[in-house]
Ligand binder design. Sequence first.
Ligand SMILES: Cc1cc2nc3c(=O)[nH]c(=O)nc-3n(C[C@H](O)[C@H](O)[C@H](O)COP(=O)(O)O)c2cc1C
Length: 204
Amino acid sequence: MFYETSGPHGLPHDPFKSLVVPRPIGWISTLDAEGRPNLAPYSFFNGVAGSPPVVMFASNGAHREGGVKDSLANAEATGEFVCNLATWDLREAMNTTSAMVDRDCDEFALAGLTPVPSQLVKAPRVKESPVHMECRYLKSVDLPSNSPAQPNRVAFGQVIGVHIDDAYLKEGLVDVGRLKPIARLGYMDYTVVETIFSMTRPKV
Ligand SMILES: Cc1cc2nc3c(=O)[nH]c(=O)nc-3n(C[C@H](O)[C@H](O)[C@H](O)COP(=O)(O)O)c2cc1C
């Protein structure tokens, strides 16, 4: 089949999110301007540079109270955020923090998670997560949107500090198979990283 994205696809659900898979989940913790903690998952998330390391997450649509979603608003207001790794063991808690709750709701408390201080930023980390990346917000980029009330905006942040639970380091390498990161597929589906293979790049 072929469809133009400006027209109908003829399928029961939009297939796009099933075609860019798996998407890693940036579990973004922030503080708002009043110092209240916030936590939410974003699967339009990725690393986009390595040296120095830079990540991005995209906020799509509006907060139910209007305006952009809290994670983006807080990153822009405070200039920092933390990316926590969402793992198999934390899947239910991660999902709980995606609830469309009031701006002043502390999703750490909602999901029974423990905020712990970061080293370089004021935004807290999720203690139960084995990996945290402390980020300095760099900039936002507005993307096309089908409605002004439903903005699409990407926030970029430079990773300035990385925490890795030593239990997940094996001979100096990150043991991703033990970490079991979860990632988003389309519809209501997820995957978990359990199968790993290696390839050596060709020499020209
Ligand atoms: C696995 C998962 C991935 C999500 N990815 C995104 C995303 O990439 N962009 C987005 O705007 N919302 C995404 N959401 C929905 C947000 O988590 C949800 O709107 C949340 O309430 C935003 O919280 P905040 O306003 O505290 O930032 C995702 C939800 C789940 C469960």
